[in-house]
Write a protein that binds this ligand. Structure first.
Ligand code: ATP
Length: 255
């Protein structure tokens, strides 16, 4: 992949006790593209997303954003720099409504007290209003505005995943890392997800997608990294890597 890297991990190692989750892993998410991160269970994909978003600190190695080392930054600074993510298991914010879930996301991510202190009261309310307007626009965009006042706990698996993407979008990210966006999602909502991701990419958002659903990967990704045992095994277009004997073997070996 010759395109410039938006986010890179360079020789990143992460151990949990004696277990090596990432083993001197080096790979990049190309600017403007949709990069797939695939590999058998336990390959280190979620750990990689955690490192790429500042949630987990690598033991050694670095994370670079447009070439700048951001490894040591606190997690909220990753978000401020435009790196957002969704989760494999969507985080619930208690018994809140769909709309409240979206409104509370920025507070949840940056710390409400910090926001109030930084902006002062009047600016804080202006910000609050702007957030509400954007939350509505985003709910309309993902087709969930009609459910705004429903408890978010009543949403289907796919609707929760879409809401999680909307939550990431509130931060106006330049990169969104999706952790298994297709898991537990009905076929029609999967199409909605594909449409949304393609539309956002056309607007200039870069994507990294961890996924076991190979149909989704094939539909969306222009480039795929295959991981195994904490390292990058093979990279290339999906059609090419899916035929690679090393990839087939890694999946069979893990099965
Ligand atoms: P899957 O496809 O099943 O989600 P994965 O490729 O995302 O797998 P990771 O979740 O990154 O893999 O896990 C890599 C390895 O690190 C696994 O062996 C896992 O058990 C281990 N691991 C991950 N997080 C932790 C943690 N917080 N504590 C201990 N071990 C962990």
């Amino acid at each position: 992949d010759k395109r410039p890297a938006f986010l890179e991990v360079c020789a990143v190692t992460k151990r949990y006790g004696g277990l090596v989750a990432l083993d001197a892993c080096t790979l990049a998410i190309a600017t403007g593209g949709i990069t797939g991160l695939i590999g058998p269970n336990g390959a280190g994909k979620t750990t990689l997303l955690n490192v790429m978003t500042g949630l987990v600190r690598p033991d050694t190695g670095s994370v670079r954003l447009s070439g700048v080392d951001i490894t040591a930054l606190p997690v909220h600074r990753f978000a401020e720099k435009g790196v957002a993510r969704t989760f494999q298991i969507v985080r619930e914010l208690g018994s809140l409504t769909v709309f409240e879930n979206l409104l509370l996301a920025p507070r949840h991510q940056s710390g409400e007290g910090v926001v109030a202190a930084l902006f002062g009261r009047r600016k804080w309310w202006a910000q609050e209003h702007a957030n509400a307007v954007r939350a509505r626009a985003l709910l309309e965009r993902i087709g969930l505005w009609h459910l705004a006042d429903q408890p978010s706990s009543g949403l289907s698996g796919g609707q929760k995943k879409l809401l999680d993407i909307a939550r990431a979008l509130l931060l106006e990210p330049r990169l969104i890392l999706l952790d298994e966006p297709g898991a537990g999602v009905s076929p029609p909502l999967k199409l909605e997800m594909i449409r949304l991701v393609r539309e956002l990419r056309a607007e200039g958002v870069t994507f990294g997608i961890v996924e076991h659903d190979m149909h989704l990967i094939g539909e969306l990704c222009d480039h795929v990294h295959v991981m195994a045992e904490g390292r990058l095994l093979v990279s290339g277009p999906f059609e090419q890597v899916s035929r690679d004997p090393r990839v087939v073997e890694a999946y069979l070996g893990a099965a």
